[in-house]
Design a protein around this ligand. Structure first.
Ligand SMILES: [Cu+2]
Length: 62
């Protein structure tokens, strides 16, 4: 699944986003494109669950 995350601006943000996803699904893989502010996530979790957790972590998704 792919998300636009406008608030993602540096490597620290990518780290927080990756940690947030991995807390929900330790087997998830997260690949971020900082320039495009997009994230591609491979996970068995529901899109809505991931989106909510990222929003709560300070990174609202679109
Ligand atoms: Cu940052």
């Amino acid at each position: 699944m792919n998300f636009d995350i406008p608030a993602m601006s540096c490597g620290h943000c990518v780290g927080v986003i990756t940690e947030t996803v991995k807390q929900l699904d330790p087997h998830a893989s997260v690949s971020a494109d900082l320039a495009a502010k997009t994230v591609s996530i491979q996970t068995a979790e529901e899109r809505q669950v991931i989106a909510q957790a990222l929003t709560e972590a300070g990174y609202p998704t679109h």
